[in-house]
Design a protein around this ligand. Structure first.
Ligand code: TMP
Length: 222
């Protein structure tokens, strides 16, 4: 059996990660891996209910963080850890870096508060708290100038509470992602999301081939 592999995908709204997650799911499947494709907030019935609250109800920044981590705890225990245990490739559209970027960078929740919640929710051991944090093997960050992302979003569907935020908010979110990347350089693969879809796909797959996780650069599906 293949060893389980866990990859998360991050970036500000409009950075263009969704198309590529689908493409990578197909590429991994065509190479014989069983793929669990999931997202945050969400991925379980409870976490999807919490997602609807987070995206639609107004609340203070700490409450946003607590809801994101409550959803994460259910998702981790019900979906991610069991899938990894059976050797699946877990592709997760956003994970904890999004909370640091949006609630930490964007809303100003102290980094240390989020670190405490991360340890409580993702720490190994029965009741969390152990210093071993369960996190993705790799995080692919779609790095894009917030002004470019905003222009891409302009024609998109009706915006949710986050997508409708001003440019300054996304500039802070972007800085939050950069801080997380700088704190965890070996876990991050930074993709220049200002390139064409085809170039983004090439950079993405080359990165996975160099890690030995894809055996060839599969043609772009975009
Ligand atoms: P999505 O549209 O990419 O699925 O993401 C949903 C929104 O939720 C997106 O604007 C980012 C935001 N979000 C947070 O604010 N905190 C979090 O912890 C997560 C996972 C997402």
């Amino acid at each position: 059996m293949n060893k389980g592999l866990w990859i998360s995908f991050e970036g500000i709204d409009g950075a263009g990660k969704s198309t590529h997650i689908e493409g990578l799911a197909s590429a991994f499947k065509s190479q014989g891996r069983t793929v669990t494709l999931t997202r945050e907030p969400g991925g379980t019935p409870l976490a999807e209910s919490l997602r609807a609250m987070l995206l639609n109800e107004s609340m203070d920044p700490l409450s946003e963080s607590l809801i994101a981590f409550a959803a994460r705890r259910d998702h981790l225990n019900q979906v991610i850890l069991p899938s990894l245990a059976q050797g699946d490739t877990v592709l997760c559209d956003r994970f904890t870096d999004a909370t640091f970027a949006y609630q930490g960078g964007g809303r100003g929740v102290p980094w240390e508060t989020l670190k405490t919640l991360e340890l409580m929710v993702q720490g190994s051991g029965d009741s969390g708290q152990s210093s071993q944090i369960r996190e993705p093997d790799l995080t692919i960050w779609f790095d894009l100038d917030p002004a470019v992302a905003a222009s891409r979003l302009a024609d998109a569907r009706a915006p949710d509470r986050f997508e409708s935020q001003p440019l300054e908010f996304f500039t802070r979110v972007q800085a939050g992602y950069a801080r997380r990347r700088d704190e965890n350089p070996s876990r991050f693969l930074t993709i220049d999301a200002s390139q064409t879809k085809h170039q983004v796909w090439q950079q993405l797959t080359r990165g996975l081939v160099s890690k030995g996780w894809l055996s060839i650069v599969t043609p772009s599906t975009c």
